[in-house]
Design a protein around this ligand. Structure first.
Ligand SMILES: *Cc1c(COP(=O)(O)O)cnc(C)c1O
Length: 364
């Protein structure tokens, strides 16, 4: 007789991560906050140059990348850790400080990976609803901290709402959090932030012993497929992270691509400005069409469409645009190229029905 293998205790509570909907051929994929731009030629050349050594394990210490990042941010190299995307670093930080019986506080709705990462570590997610303006309710988050709390995420700008925290309020919050609770400021979208809050994470990292910052090459730098991100953490936390990290998570290809991207930041800045312009253009168009987008500092726009979420999602889909819908709550539409946003605007103007069917045929 065979016995079925049962899952580890607590695994049933882990929600499966859902990837942004894939797009039919010819459609605009605006569901995963990726860069709409093809990789830079200089970055592709760097990756091509490293292909010949893929029979070797990567440099686990990521020496050059870490040295470059440390210099760029004027921090000690020992405080910089890299991972297979910043989602891996979020996991490392959780595993470094939280386990069974511990709590991890974060806003909700926020980055979809947080609840599952916390559960996988055996800890308990404590989700604090966003305020009426779709931003972090820092007072409520502070009030939710108990002796069991080990870590707090602040996603700034927040995914999927695009809101930012007020820098002075965040500083007061960090100062009020007990020093044995790690505050992780997730800055995946920092490059698109044109507000006062831009880069506040690093400043707080410098001034407080219980702050870590997450950054990624996936969004603004267009390396989502190569998987590389980094954290700047208190030195003892960085030490723990190296213990819990899965060895060899960041390939040499990803490391050279990240270094080449840092060397091409001026070129990337132009692309980022363009993504910001298209984001704002999309926002204006949504408002003009009678929707109520939330002002965004990220590379996407959140439309809290509530009951009308399916309607908006269908309108976009019929117009050849794939966005990320959260049924009953709203839709997140990533900023894209001019053509992508033209398509969003055309979709918003269209009526459902025959016109839309014809357009979909034309796209196919
Ligand atoms: C996309 C995203 C990340 C991580 O992306 P990686 O590709 O794993 O670097 C982290 N945090 C937030 C809020 C994100 O939206």
């Amino acid at each position: 007789m065979t016995m079925p293998i049962s899952a580890r205790h607590g695994l049933d509570a882990v929600p499966a991560y859902r990837q942004g909907r894939s797009a039919p051929a010819g459609a605009s994929k605006l569901s995963s906050n990726e860069s709409p731009h093809a990789p830079l030629p200089s970055v592709m050349r760097a990756v091509e140059g490293a292909i010949g050594s893929m029979n070797r394990y990567p440099n686990m210490a990521a020496t050059e990348l870490i040295a470059t990042l440390a210099e760029r941010h004027d921090v000690a190299p020992e405080t910089v850790t890299v991972g297979a995307g910043s989602v891996e670093l979020a996991a490392q930080l959780i595993h470094a400080v939280a386990g069974f019986g511990d709590e991890v506080v974060f806003a909700w709705r926020s980055f979809e990976a947080y609840p599952s990462l916390v559960r996988v570590a055996g800890a308990t997610p404590v989700q604090i609803p966003l305020d009426a303006d779709f931003g972090h309710d820092l007072d409520a988050m502070l009030a939710a901290i108990t002796p069991r709390t080990r870590l707090v995420f602040v996603c700034n700008p927040n995914n999927p709402t695009g809101t930012v925290v007020d820098p002075a309020a965040l500083e007061r919050f960090v100062d009020a959090v007990p020093r044995d609770v790690l505050v992780v400021i997730d800055e995946a979208y920092v490059h698109f932030d044109r507000s006062q809050s831009r880069g506040i994470g690093l400043e707080l990292r410098r001034r407080f012993s219980h702050v870590a910052v997450l950054r990624t090459f996936s969004k603004a730098y267009g390396l989502a497929g190569l998987r590389v991100g980094y954290a700047i953490s208190p030195v003892e936390i960085a030490e723990y992270q190296r213990k819990v990290a899965v060895p060899f998570g960041v390939t040499d290809l990803a490391q050279v691509a990240a270094c080449a991207s840092l060397a091409a930041e001026d070129e990337l800045a132009e692309r980022i400005d363009e993504v910001v312009r298209q984001r704002d253009r999309m926002s204006v168009a949504l408002t003009a069409s009678g929707w109520s987008p939330v002002a965004s500092q990220a590379n996407f726009v959140w439309v809290p469409a509530g009951e009308r979420t399916d309607e908006l999602n269908d309108l976009l889909f019929d117009g050849g645009v794939v966005a990320r819908a959260f049924p009953g709550e709203g839709i997140r539409i990533s900023s894209g190229s001019t053509e992508d946003v033209d398509r969003v605007i055309a979709a918003l103007a269209a009526r459902r029905g025959r016109d839309a069917d014809l357009r979909v045929e034309a796209l196919a």
